[in-house]
Design a protein around this ligand. Structure first.
Ligand code: NOJ
Length: 448
């Protein structure tokens, strides 16, 4: 049996571009994902799919919130489309866009579901991108203003905010490796610059939100590779900790401490690559006084490699379990990831995302049976409860995702939802896992 704290927040998560659709509705501006998907001959996304319609949550939010309520969901982490609220990113406000989110917040509260607002989940307004986007220092003020506008509208109704989702995917995958929008392949020094701009933007937004909503809790949501010990010994745990935050690796930008170390420690340790050190040497001293420590960290954790006591990655056994998108299934990372993040930063955490893509189908009986997802979530939650038992303040768990949705460059081929979406009819069919998760919530995890 697993133990979760009395007021543990059980919820689900999604992001604007992945589920809303309504890509040009009611005055919304374009963002870099609209552009990336629409680019003629771009072929960035599987089947040339786009988020134009996605789950059409923009028009079906009432139905979706009712379905959440029916499944006992207590919190909904959702992102706002910056370009829906401020079409060009730093100009006039689109009242219709802001009003839409205001209604979502009201509806959630009315339904007993706590809104957890993510300000930025990758869909940068195109106009800002063409002015330099995350490479340009002006983005800090634009983001701060956006945060101010949102906080002013949500004051009295929302207290939990996440500023920026996965800086690692924005900087490293979007600007360094070119896999995500805007699809650039810039050198490491530029990638380091983007991390720095994100750290400054987070900090400015945190200040703005707290000035307007003094009891707000503001966090940032890192991701990447977290390692877990192959054997549960003190030496092996230490090796997993060190490996998790060691930046002297080729994909240095895909570690959880990138960007976050700037907020907490005002820089990186000696393991940082030369290019990063070169960039850091150009940072004006005054920037460090601007950094704000988040009140909590949102951790997006899906998998991670095991390391041995010497810190080397342990090869997985042949035929080890994988998800539909071929990600390794490694439940232990949901124990040791939070333990190591708490050890390093000493602030409470939310599991802001965790889940699995499965090849879900509608069975002859009209239902969607997804025992693999149930088994995955069960195993991961058991591991999470061990981190809690060791004293890590885990405040909540937000399953990714409520609905199947647009999985970035994989388009609609990957299904992460506990609710199935038929993309032709947009009909929603709760999967077995949705009913199972309802029981987990009702028993506060005691049924695990
Ligand atoms: C992390 C991202 O935040 C989210 O947008 C994505 O869909 C999930 N991981 C699954 O890949």
């Amino acid at each position: 049996m697993a133990n979760f704290p009395k007021d543990f927040l059980w919820g689900v998560a999604c992001a604007a571009y992945q589920c809303e659709g309504g890509w040009d509705a009611d005055g919304k501006g374009r963002n870099i994902w609209d552009d990336f998907c629409h680019e003629v001959n771009g072929h960035h996304v599987k089947n040339d799919d786009s988020g134009d319609i996605a789950c059409d949550t923009y028009h079906r939010i009432d139905e979706d919130i009712a379905l959440m309520k029916a499944h006992g969901i207590r919190a909904y982490r959702f992102s706002l489309s910056w370009a829906r609220i401020i079409p060009d990113g730093d100009g006039p406000v689109n009242e219709d866009g802001l009003e839409y989110y205001s209604r979502v917040v009201d509806k959630l509260i009315e339904s007993g579901i706590e809104p957890m607002v993510t300000l930025f989940h990758w869909d940068l307004p195109s106009a800002l991108h063409y002015k330099g986007g995350w490479l340009d220092r002006d983005i800090v003020e634009a983001f701060a203003r956006y945060a101010r506008i949102v906080a002013a509208r949500f004051a009295g109704r929302v207290t939990k905010f996440m500023t920026i989702n996965e800086p690692q995917c924005i900087a490293m995958l979007g600007y360094g490796e070119g896999l995500l929008a805007p699809g650039y392949k810039l050198p490491d020094e530029d990638v380091a610059r983007i991390y720095h701009m994100i750290a400054l933007s987070h900090s400015a937004a945190q200040r703005e939100i707290k000035a307007i909503i003094p009891d707000a809790q503001v966090g940032i949501v890192p991701c990447g590779e977290l390692y877990y010990p192959e054997a549960d010994t003190p030496e092996n745990r230490e090796a997993a900790y060190r490996a998790s935050f060691d930046l002297s690796v080729a994909r240095w930008g895909f570690h959880f401490n990138v960007c976050v170390d700037e907020l907490f420690f005002h820089g990186y340790d000696d393991t940082a690559p030369e290019a990063v050190k070169r960039f850091m040497a150009t940072v004006p001293e005054t920037d460090w006084a601007q950094m704000e420590k988040p009140d909590f960290l949102g951790l997006n954790i899906y998998n991670g490699p095991a390391v041995d006591a010497g810190g080397s990655i342990v090869k997985r056994r042949r035929g080890a379990p994988l998800t539909a998108c071929k990600w390794p299934i490694t439940p232990e990372v949901l124990r040791h990831g939070p333990i190591n993040m708490y050890r390093r930063y000493n602030v409470p955490v939310y599991i802001s995302e965790n889940g699995i893509s499965c090849n879900d189908v509608v069975f002859l009986d009209g239902q969607v049976h997804d025992p693999k997802r149930i088994d995955f979530l069960h195993r991961y939650l058991l591991e999470l409860s061990k981190a809690i038992a060791e004293g890590v303040p885990v405040l909540g768990y937000l399953q990714w995702s409520f609905l199947d949705n647009f999985e970035w460059t994989s388009g609609y081929d990957e299904r992460f939802g506990i609710v199935y979406v038929d993309y032709d009819t947009l009909r929603r069919i709760p999967k077995d896992s949705a009913r199972w998760y309802k029981e987990v919530i009702e028993t506060n995890g005691a049924n695990l």
